[in-house]
Design a protein. Structure first.
Length: 99
């Protein structure tokens, strides 16, 4: 099977994750834990194209997550509720401002 990559976004961060289509969402969350330091159990992944909450036990292919998909990551709050999707545009600074 061909490798795919997905973009997982939260606030101003974007994580580029290489995956196999037959990987489960739980396996993807384990990769994200390494990148983001957010434990697996605090993550919820949502396919932005459909706003579908992705099921941990199902594979990317089963949930129609394709190459270059954009996925939102939300985290569980201390109250047990999930935070809202919050994706902000990154801001950039240049070394050579316009004169």
């Amino acid at each position: 099977m061909a490798m795919i990559f997905i973009r997982v976004k939260r606030k101003k961060s974007t994580y580029f994750v290489h995956c196999e289509p037959n990987e489960t969402i739980l396996e993807v969350k384990a990769k994200l834990q390494t990148l983001s330091d957010h434990p697996i159990y605090t993550q919820r992944l949502i396919l932005l194209a459909t706003h579908q909450v992705l099921d941990d036990a199902r594979t990317l292919a089963e949930q129609k997550v394709e190459n270059d998909a954009v996925i939102a990551m939300t985290l569980r709050k201390s109250t047990g509720e999930w935070e809202d999707i919050d994706i902000q545009k990154a801001t950039y600074q240049t070394l050579y401002p316009d004169s």
